[in-house]
Design a protein around this ligand. Sequence first.
Ligand code: ADP
Length: 666
Amino acid sequence: MFNKILIANRGEIACRVIQTARRMGVATVAVYSDADRDALHVAMADEAVHIGPSPARESYLDQARILDAATKTGAEAIHPGYGFLSENAGFARACAAAGIVFVGPGADAIAAMGSKSAAKRIMGDAGVPLVPGYHGEDQSPATLRKAADDMGYPVLLKAAAGGGGKGMRQVWQASEFDDALAAAKRESMASFDDDAMLVEKYLTQPRHVEIQVFFDHHGNGVYLAERDCSLQRRHQKVIEEAPAPGVSEALRKRMGEAALDAARAIDYRGAGTVEFLLDVDGSFYFMEMNTRLQVEHPVTEMITGLDLVQWQLEVAAGQTLPLAQDEVTITGHAFEARIYAEDAEQDFLPATGTLSFLRPPVESQHVRVDTGVVEGDEISVYYDPMIAKLVAWDENRDRALSRLGRALADYRIGGTVTNVEFLYNLATNAAFRAAELDTGFIERHSDELYQRRAVDRERQVPVAALALLLWRQREGSVATFGESQSPWRSQSAWRLNQGAVHRFAMACQEETLDVCVEQVGDSYHISVGEISATIGGELDGDALLYDWQGHRQRATLAGGPDGFTLYGAAGACHFREVPPDTGEADHGADDGGLVAPMNGTIVALLVEPGTAVEADTPLLVMEAMKMEHTLRAPAAGTVTGFLAAPGDLVDGGAALIEFTPTGDSE
Ligand code: ADP
């Protein structure tokens, strides 16, 4: 076994590899860019080497710097993770030339699978079933079109160099072909600098089922069951599971053996994944082979009890595979949900932000969280905005899915928008529970999936009001520590000749609510508009324990400069305190009215640039934390320009409006 390895990656996969290496007694070297100076993978590794500026092509994709870091630190092998250099044949060759083991297949195997069309030719020759289609060298539009006409519509155009669903177009009839070809070529050229296309029969209701294979250097190969990755959005995986529902032992064996044939055809070594489309009639077709560890490998680990990174390192070190095919067993069922900073309501636009609050569910034999971030970390524009992979296991599919739903409900993330609620809607969807799977699932069920859980005002608002009061009392007593006996400094509403009544305003769901709380013994009588309730409760750290008519519940209060989120069984409720109206115009604290108060999205610009306005004129509306915020003129003056446009995502503190107060002009 190696003494020391370098991990040429970042984020959760770098952390994941480091964990196994540590358990195996292998020392680890991390590499990092400027943006990742304080990242978790850097802190976890035994050593870390700075490899350049934040953009990936100047750091994580810089082969020379990475090899230099390996040589300098005496690392004997490089684990590439996934993405970045993991499927770069040139890098695998450069490692070999530098006398460093590349943890992955040989460069030739990577190169052979690098082109979808070349891969199909190899697989066709090896007798692996292929989707009917054209994957020839003649790329003239007439040839491609004839291929499509001959096989009959619908067809799928695919970029030969493609990945991540880019450069792909469905064509439903001959009249659409030319436009679709032009669009697919443009996209492919932009993403891969190559516009070679293949044309395939488009299967209308396929499932994406992939086989995990493993080969050593001694001629042994096994398949480790399959994963179903049919839950996709625009051809990108959202939730994966293993085993694939409804796949019989006989079908598993046929697909497994086809996958082994595929790998043997390119003299494969190490971990690989052979992706198939599984049609409704049980026929399956080779799609592509990924010559690396997949993002979704944990579901395979959960059902086989194996550590695939350990296997990778053992194979790379020349050891034989630890198990033969008949020793591989499957126990139970596992799901993986990919948690991203992205806005489901804005077409899954990637989001950025600082993770001001981060409480993953508690890990156990049933719940695993693979992540590369901690509270306070930033999701930056430089890399993939994945926050974590949440994995749930149980003895059968139904129970595992319930575990996943619960764990998603317990995942609390503040400071950026995430897809957690969308994933929760998926995990609790009846059709998904019934395993009615195919790659069109998300599109077909979009009505149910994109729904936000409605805030149950009657139940959530009083609890939010109580949480806010308890938080204020605690923060107040902290601020006046040492003087807390003074009735003048106390935040409690105790006043001579008055009951303990607190009045304040809070904003919840774009509405400002006047709250009145009367403290009666251990209980609080809360009225907000027509809603009233008597609740007992205490705030312990960020845990709110409350008792409402004998029903005790627990919620988590995430507080920050941007307001609060209360996470409870019924979902999340966002609210903030509204400063008391002092009778003066609210100028948005010290001119802060002209900068974004928090991360959010610009909704509307309310005046034309160049307009002279009165103090307090609404100028811009942004949305953040599910609430709209209006920025107003801090004084009479002129709006000289806007620094953001509707739809833009802006960071808290970013300047948004150029404003010249009257009298300041020269
Ligand atoms: P990429 O490498 O860009 O991810 P793939 O070839 O792996 O592209 O295909 C991605 C997804 O596109 C598949 O999981 C499947 O949902 C869909 N897909 C690919 N080929 C076909 C086809 N012939 N018919 C129907 N759907 C397909």
